[in-house]
Design a protein around this ligand. Structure first.
Ligand SMILES: Cc1ncc(COP(=O)(O)O)c(C=O)c1O
Length: 471
């Protein structure tokens, strides 16, 4: 017994799993290689100084990242971390991508910012890419909309959707909610203003978006919220309840097809179809917030790209990876709704500026390259093979694996587990995120390799093996 206690955690675990039948967890990464503490004195001094001047709205470990390359981040003492968080599903092409850098340098040396009082070369080009690619890949029901129906050869071809550019995700949602209200009033009069959102949603931190984010932690301190918002149960298939929830007074329904912050819950296709049908019955605008799950993260352009027609939305909001970390958001609106958004209906100082939209145009061209999409799907399948082992290896810890493609969640039975797993993995050089109350979230750059997936899951398995031994 005394001898057993003196063994290293790894040796103990190897002995323990030796008796396991066919599958064993990876035990290569049980030792701490990247301790959070003690942090270098210079880092501690910087943190102490900076926290006097910054609002302390975040809890952060004492690590200072100073550079990144591809899927790696490097701290102030050059420790390398494998980043499976990608700035929260943002840096799809990885850190410091040379192509993105070249575009930034070129455009910044020509024209960075121009107000929306004038036309620029790139906003329209990016809007066209978003509409054309959505038509090609599916989404917003555009595949089923006639895009060139005119018989008059000289007339401009009819386009099925238009884009408004913002700077962030929350602003894109804010704009979408405004558009739903304006359209609603136009078709249903002054009282058609209700908005519906769902449990575990996260739509952002501005007043409209936070009102559709039914989490007391985010909402309570900022009440009163905007009026007229109702909350339904995500994936609730009860038709009667849906009828009551979405009645004639509702102008807009906002939902994430795959939830990000809320715990990587996936909307059932049949439920989204029901939702779409009900929205069309009462003339409510269906808004899909694909800010986290969209733009090829699932291996398709949109999480809903291949969903049936009834499950197609009227508006899509996007942001995070669109310019690989340069701030940008966008609202893609079907033409029938877009017609009600007239001059002066909405505006922004920065949204649609040439620098952000040129980067977005370039990033989208890379993300939509067919060979890139194939590689995302191959890697995602490889990751899936690993992830599917976890509930079998650790049945007492892991309850289920959620998500699709490269937006994945590992749900735990004990809500204390996700934070602990993220910390342990970080101290072994891999960065994950938590999501919701019970989930560890994996949203790596879309360039992530199979070998990097092997290492990330290896670290995860070693951490879970250590944790299960403690239990
Ligand atoms: C689904 C979803 N919607 C909206 C937002 C808000 O985006 P932003 O932080 O850019 O305002 C986020 C951010 O995490 C998100 O995941």
């Amino acid at each position: 017994m005394r001898l057993f206690r003196q063994l290293t955690p790894r040796v103990k675990l190897v002995r323990h799993y030796a008796s396991f039948p066919e599958i064993k967890p990876c035990l290569e990464y049980t030792s701490i290689t990247h301790p959070d503490t003690p942090a270098p004195q210079a880092t501690l001094d910087l943190i102490r100084s900076h926290s006097q001047y910054q609002l302390n709205t975040y809890i952060r470990p004492p690590i200072l990242f100073t550079r990144g390359s591809k899927c790696n981040l490097y701290d102030s003492v050059s420790r390398e971390y494998l980043d499976f968080s990608a700035g929260i599903a943002v840096t799809a092409l990885g850190h410091s991508d040379p192509g993105v850098t070249a575009v930034i340098v070129d455009q910044a040396s020509k024209l960075s910012h121009l107000s929306n009082v004038y036309w620029n070369e790139w906003a329209g080009a990016l809007a066209k890419s978003i509409v054309d690619l959505t038509t090609l890949h599916g989404g917003l029901g555009l595949k089923s909309i006639e895009t060139t129906s005119s018989t008059n050869q000289d007339a401009e071809p009819k386009v099925g959707a238009q884009v408004f550019f913002s700077n962030t995700g929350t602003e894109a949602n804010e704009g979408a909610l405004k558009f739903a209200r304006k359209y609603g009033k136009q078709i249903g009069g002054e009282t058609k203003t209700g908005i519906v959102c769902f449990s575990n949603a996260f739509h952002g931190r501005t007043m409209g978006a936070i009102s559709c984010t039914p989490n007391p932690k985010y909402q309570k301190p900022f009440e009163p919220l905007i009026p007229g918002v109702r909350v339904g149960e995500y994936n609730d298939m009860d038709e009667e309840r849906m009828k009551v929830l979405i009645d004639d007074s509702v102008c807009g329904v906002i939902v994430e097809p795959i939830q990000g912050e809320g715990g990587v819950g996936t909307g059932k296709v049949e439920w989204l179809e029901m939702l779409g049908k009900r929205c069309r019955q009462v003339g409510a605008v269906l808004i899909y917030d694909e800010i986290q799950c969209g733009l090829f993260r699932t291996g398709e352009m949109w999480a809903h790209s291949s969903y049936p027609e009834d499950a197609q939305p009227d508006i899509i909001t996007m942001a995070k990876p669109l310019a690989n970390g340069f701030p940008i958001g966008a609202i893609l609106v079907r033409s029938n709704i877009a017609e009600s958004i007239t001059t002066g209906s909405h505006g922004t100082t920065f949204g649609g500026q040439p620098l952000a939209t040129r980067i977005g145009h370039y990033v989208l061209s890379r993300l939509s390259d067919p060979s890139f999409i194939t590689s995302i799907n191959t890697t995602a399948q490889h990751l899936d093979d690993h992830l599917s082992r976890l509930p079998r290896l650790f049945p007492h810890l892991v309850s289920e694996i959620r998500g699709r493609g490269l937006i994945r969640g590992i749900a735990f039975k004990d809500e204390k587990m996700p934070g602990e797993v993220v910390r342990m993995a970080r101290e072994r050089g891999v960065l994950f995120l938590t999501a919701g109350k019970d989930t560890v979230r994996l949203v790596p750059a879309l360039i992530v390799s199979e070998e990097e997936c092997d290492r990330a899951i290896g670290v995860l398995e070693s951490c879970l093996a250590l944790l299960s031994e403690k239990q």
